[in-house]
Design a protein around this ligand. Sequence first.
Ligand code: SF4
Length: 337
Amino acid sequence: MPPDPRDRPDACPGAVDVHQAADGGLARIRVPGGTVSAARVDVLRSAAIELGDGFLELTSRANVQIRGLAPGAEHELGARLAEAGLLPSMTHERVRNIVAAPLEDNQALVDAIDAALCADPALASLPGRFLVTVGGAVSGLSGDVGLVGDALFLAGRDSGLRVTDPVDAVVTAARLFQEIRGDAWRLSEVDGGVRKITTALGDPGDVRIEPGVTPVAPGAHGDVFVAGVPLGRWDARLLAGVPVRITPWRSLVVPSGSDTRCLFTSPDSPWHGVSACTGSPGCAKSLADVRSDASRWIDARTAPGRVHWSGCARRCGRPAGDVVEFVATGDGYEEIR
Ligand code: SF4
């Protein structure tokens, strides 16, 4: 894959600053911590049905996308989101990327970090790719800044620093990254970046916590239920009036007893572990309708494991780790193991 050109700002879409895809406008709505109240779920559902293509797409950062917007529809979408409190900052909306461990009680901390990031004008120009992680289960998702208890993570690893004010530590690290980043979009791209921030913040200890990624499996988890969303496409007619927490693994934490029709509810489901890029008709570069092809393949699936489908050699959204890939060639698919 060719490197991203750095002679322009990153092109991450926002809720109002939409990306023009082959199937219309694409809006990405940040929901820090993945938590969405029932009332806001209904605002998103209605917007997807009335302004978009009828689906809410879940991203690997536990955000939501609405695609298929007609020209100008982003203004109506922005007005609806603002009224619902889903657009608290027009200046910072693309930098509110905070992924949290979905089964931990950390939303108050996430909200405090979000508010502090949005309150600092200097952070409005952070790259849209900047990511904060909160909690051990997501500490290995390559956040630029992260928290696991009082441990401060930088560029996806434990810095050795232990903090007493986690909100201040995250915002201070974000400011320092902004000062040293040049044209870099991620802290890991800055030569000596972690060392510069660590040096500015204090003396790191010797103990290091290993970063981890602990996906939550579909099924019951105490008094909540995790429902998988096939290929990350949530049919917006579903889950009316249900509060959700979106996970970075394209699933939804919902109250036990919620109606989970058309979602998958067991790790034994053939949908479990299968992902796909946008493909046709949403991506102009695609050589195939990968979602339709993946859906047909799932009907006959025989073995478990992680599988990713891509519409071209860019292989967008390929998960890290052990994964079987099907990459469209224009004349079928190449299987990569
Ligand atoms: S992998 Fe190719 S087809 Fe799929 S979203 Fe990326 S650019 Fe488009």
